[in-house]
Write a protein that binds this ligand. Structure first.
Ligand SMILES: [Zn+2]
Length: 320
């Protein structure tokens, strides 16, 4: 009698979802979760801040206002944040990185999404690097809103003082414990993602050489797959030392880097392959006052953010 009751109870608990007539809807991918409207709104927010404060030069009121804005955006998504002081010079000057950590996922594997928040002087810096900031926050939103939370931890790190020897990312990379550095599967650098004469560019991680090059090459392959998924042409560029990824090399952390081109000139071959104007810079407004809302290719920004989402999904989930 007891056994029969137990069996009945167990049967009742293991109902087939198909029997309800309402099977659960399949979870969207992180790329499908990217909220284009929210990204547009955030770009406009950053632009409006620049109409009050001119730029986000390190230690300026504009950088501080953007910092508070980004913190509020990430807090709304439920991410915890930390202020990391960055100091230099005599007399002493100080600024801060913003480190936001996902409220889900185990620390045995970490994905760092990095973007610099500062600008050069006298510019709204919407492409350089409002686009990277908006992409990083958009990725955090997609992770928070997906039905299934990532199994591993994500961190959005918004760096100060990239435009002046990358002291913010240096400070952050140096602050990681050996265990954290070891657990970090990738640092994805998001810098300049909506160049009006640009196209999808991926750093060729293999060229870093040695075992770090091999590990970074795997990340390059993931980004290639993600852009293929978006049916977008892409090209590789050689590693350089001009953005926030560079100090992660010292820590042996695999690096991935998405960009759409800055002040260099588009070649005839590139114009033939990706469209746009040969002989003109990828971003004619790079580091000028014209780097504003009108001069960001928001469609390209969407493509790059969805590619980063495809990349993040591969690294953060045990199963797709
Ligand atoms: Zn930049």
């Amino acid at each position: 009698m007891f056994n029969t009751l137990l069996l009945l109870t167990m049967t009742a608990c293991t109902t087939d979802p198909m029997d309800t007539g309402n099977p659960p809807t399949p979870d969207e991918s992180l790329a499908e979760r990217i909220d284009g409207e929210a990204m547009d709104r955030r770009l406009r927010d950053l632009f409006e801040l620049s109409s009050v404060h001119d730029d986000r030069l390190t230690t300026s009121e504009g950088e501080e206002a953007a910092w508070d804005w980004a913190r509020a955006e990430l807090e709304t998504l439920g991410w915890t944040f930390e202020e990391q002081e960055v100091i230099w010079g005599i007399p002493l000057r100080r600024s801060a990185n913003l480190i936001a950590t996902s409220p889900f996922g185990s620390e045995d594997r970490i994905l760092i999404l990095g973007a610099h928040l500062d600008t050069v002087s006298g510019t709204a810096g919407l492409n350089d690097n409002g686009t990277g900031v908006v992409a990083a926050i958009g990725l955090a939103q997609a992770m928070s809103e997906r039905q299934r939370a990532p199994d591993h931890q994500a961190r959005v790190v918004l760096f100060t003082r990239e435009e002046d020897w990358r002291l913010g990312s240096y400070t952050y990379a140096q602050s990681l414990s050996d265990a954290e550095a070891e657990a970090t599967a990738a640092m994805l650098n998001l810098d300049v993602l909506g160049s009006p004469n640009g196209f999808p560019y991926i750093m060729d991680g293999y060229e870093l050489g040695g075992s770090l090059g091999e590990a970074s090459d795997e990340l390059t392959t993931l980004l290639v797959q993600a852009l293929n998924e978006e049916e977008q042409p892409w090209d590789l560029f050689d590693p350089n030392i001009y953005s926030d990824h560079v100090y992660f090399i010292d820590r042996e952390i695999p690096i991935a880097y998405l960009a759409t081109g800055g002040g260099d000139l588009k070649t005839e071959e590139q114009a033939a392959a990706y469209g746009g104007t040969a002989g003109q810079p990828y971003d004619p407004n790079y580091h000028t006052p014209e780097d504003d809302l009108d001069n960001v290719d928001q469609e390209l920004l969407g493509v790059m953010t969805r590619a980063a989402a495809g990349f993040a999904q591969e690294l953060l989930y045990l199963e797709p």
